[in-house]
Design a protein around this ligand. Sequence first.
Ligand SMILES: CC(C)(COP(=O)(O)OP(=O)(O)OC[C@H]1O[C@@H](n2cnc3c(N)ncnc32)[C@H](O)[C@@H]1OP(=O)(O)O)[C@@H](O)C(=O)NCCC(=O)NCCS
Length: 334
Amino acid sequence: MNPVPIRAAIAGTGSYLPEKILTNDDLSKMVDTSDEWIYPRTGIRGRHIAAPGENTSDMAAEAGRRALAAAGAAPEDIDLLVMATISGDKPLPATACLVQEKLGLVNATAFDVLAACSGFLYALDVARQYVRSGAARKVLVVGAEKMSAITDWQDRTTCILFGDGAGAAVVQPAEGGSENGILATCTGTDGSLWPLLNIEAGGSALPASPETLAARRGFVRMDGHTIFKYAVRNMAGIAARAVKEAGLSTSDIDWIVPHQANMRIIQAVAKSMDAPMEKVVANIERTGNTTAASIPVALDEAVRDGRIRPGHNVLFVAFGAGLTWAAGVVRWGL
Ligand SMILES: CC(C)(COP(=O)(O)OP(=O)(O)OC[C@H]1O[C@@H](n2cnc3c(N)ncnc32)[C@H](O)[C@@H]1OP(=O)(O)O)[C@@H](O)C(=O)NCCC(=O)NCCS
């Protein structure tokens, strides 16, 4: 570790959403549900679904390509790729390796981080620590998911929530003398709560078999009601911690970019910070919950449409399976 840590900053972002949109009305033809039930409880009206043969690594590569272009970085400049996903192309190798090949990141070490909906912020934290210590100069951080492949389309309690997509950011040292950059990253885990949200089969404890397939045990299952309560409590707590560690107060935050799990969770987190909803970046209505992709997709949209501008203080906050939670504060710009 260098005596004076290097401040890391985000140099550019990119995102990708597949073309096909599945609306609540479409879903109501697949399971016993309706837009009238889904929208008021979740804030979701539609979600993007990957095309057949379009994999997590393809979406990740497209988002990564756009982030590299926004950052003005060449593929060979990247010395680390940290990829967050729970829906990687294969159990082996890491999806990061497939993305490294697709993007031609010939000088990059590549690995996956599995922290579900907190995954992008865990990966951002890893990237920040590499840059701070001088161990890496340019890191590509990607969150990408093909949730449609691990969702049970016969289970109305989960299939209404998830969508596919990918988002990415290039992390590198802030410019000399700049006040901008990543001011704080915080993470938390409570492994005792893993049963609340998990996929039972398909790992080494219970390999996929004709029996697990027949019992539909290879899909995401959750206790939505209990998860909701933990999500609000832990997101509010870690958001406050990150703002404090950044040396700011909540009124200094210009934008909150939360994990897009449920609009009511997002509203509760904003309320806990006394922040008006005008400060919240929310695209859940169009995207659903894209797990590790949710924050970088929302972030990229708000950067590209000019809401988030250099000098703005941006708070990220997430919560997911594990249970995991995380937050970060960035003063936007290099
Ligand atoms: C999933 C979620 C929207 C469900 O809302 P809820 O108010 O908790 O609803 P409940 O699960 O208590 O179900 C209420 C009723 O609606 C029914 N229901 C569940 N899903 C339904 C659907 N899609 N359509 C219609 N009815 C549905 C239930 O069967 C239940 O009926 P019952 O009372 O007759 O048993 C909500 O719990 C949630 O968003 N939780 C957080 C989940 C999450 O974000 N997970 C990812 C974390 S990163």
